[in-house]
Design a protein around this ligand. Structure first.
Ligand SMILES: C[S@@+](CC[C@H](N)C(=O)[O-])C[C@H]1O[C@@H](n2cnc3c(N)ncnc32)[C@H](O)[C@@H]1O
Length: 256
C-alpha cells in the first residue's frame, strides 16, 4: 500500500517521501482522520504542478509553438502561419536526387519539416546543410538533426557562408559544391532589396547544372529565381498544404 494507492486510507505504512513525512507525523499525533484531507490537498497540489510543467513543456518545446513564436517575432521573415505539411515537404524532397554528388543546401529550415523529408528521401545527413536565420529555430534544428550541418545565418550571405571554415570540404580542402538548393524562404514577403541579395547569392552558389526548388503560395506567375538566369523546368501544385502551394523546379545552365 502506498500514498498513490486509492484503496489506502491510513498513513501508517506510507513510504517516507519528502513532504509526506510531515503528514505521517500528523497522522501519528492526531489520527488518520485529521491527516487525510491534508494528504488529499498535497496530492492535488502535486498533480496540478505536474500538469502545469507538462503543459509548459508542450507550449515551449513543440515544433508548432516554436514556429508560432518565430512568426510573432518576425512575421515577414517567417511568412507562413504554420510549417509546411508533410505532403508538401515530401513532394519537395521527391525532386531531389539523393545520389547526385555535392551538397544539398536547404534555405529557411524552420522547424525541420523539409529537412526530415530530405533525410527520408535518402539524402545523407553529411551532404545536407541547413541555413536558418532565426537563432531559436536554428538551435531547434541542430538539436533535432545532430548529424546535419545547421548554420544560423542569412541566406543572402550564402556565398560567404560557403567560404567559412566550417563549411563541408572535399578531400582537396575546397568547399564542396552545391548541387541542389531547396528553398522554403518566403520570398514574396521578404523586402525587395534583401530578396534580390538572396536570389543573387543562391544562383551564384548553385553549381552549373544544379537544381533549385522553391515553394510558394502564389499559384500563378513566374518564379522570382528566373531573373537570376535560372531556367524553370517544371512546376507542381500541392493542394494538401495550408495554404495550397506551388513547387517551382529550376536549373542553372551547364557551362559551355
Ligand atoms: C515559411 S517558413 C518555412 C519553414 C520550413 N522550411 C517549412 O517549410 O515549414 C520560412 C523560414 O525561412 C526562414 N528565413 C527567412 N528569411 C531567411 C533568410 N534570409 N535566411 C535564412 N532563413 C530565413 C524563417 O526564419 C523561417 O524559418
Amino acid at each position: 500500500m502506498s500514498v498513490s494507492d486509492p484503496s489506502s486510507s491510513g498513513a501508517a505504512d506510507v513510504p517516507q517521501r519528502p513532504g509526506v513525512r510531515a503528514v505521517v507525523r500528523l497522522a501519528r499525533r492526531r489520527g488518520p482522520a485529521r491527516a487525510a484531507p491534508l494528504l488529499t490537498l498535497r496530492a492535488a497540489r502535486a498533480g496540478v504542478l505536474r500538469m502545469r510543467r507538462a503543459v509548459e513543456q508542450v507550449v515551449n518545446g513543440s515544433s508548432h509553438s516554436l514556429f508560432l513564436r518565430a512568426l510573432v517575432a518576425q512575421p515577414a521573415r517567417v511568412g507562413a502561419i504554420c510549417a509546411s505539411s508533410p505532403q508538401l515537404a515530401a513532394r519537395m524532397a521527391a525532386w531531389v536526387d539523393p545520389d547526385a554528388p555535392g551538397l544539398v543546401v536547404e534555405l529557411g529550415g524552420g522547424t525541420g519539416v523539409i529537412t526530415a523529408a530530405l533525410l527520408a528521401r535518402g539524402v545523407a545527413p553529411q551532404r545536407l546543410v541547413v541555413i536558418e536565420q532565426s537563432p531559436v529555430l536554428a538551435r531547434h534544428l541542430a538539436q533535432r538533426f545532430p548529424q546535419v550541418r545547421v548554420v544560423q545565418g542569412d541566406a543572402a550571405e550564402l556565398a560567404l557562408l560557403q567560404r567559412a571554415p566550417d563549411w563541408p570540404r572535399g578531400d582537396d580542402g575546397a568547399p564542396r559544391p552545391v548541387h541542389c538548393i531547396v528553398s522554403g524562404l518566403p520570398l514574396l514577403s521578404i523586402p525587395p532589396q534583401l530578396r534580390q541579395r538572396i536570389l543573387q547569392a543562391g544562383a551564384q552558389t548553385l553549381a552549373p547544372g544544379g537544381r533549385l526548388l522553391q515553394f510558394t503560395y502564389a499559384l500563378r506567375g513566374p518564379s522570382p529565381w528566373q531573373v537570376t538566369g535560372l531556367s524553370g523546368c517544371a512546376r507542381e501544385r500541392v493542394l494538401a498544404n495550408l495554404p495550397p502551394a506551388r513547387i517551382d523546379v529550376l536549373q542553372r545552365p551547364h557551362l559551355g
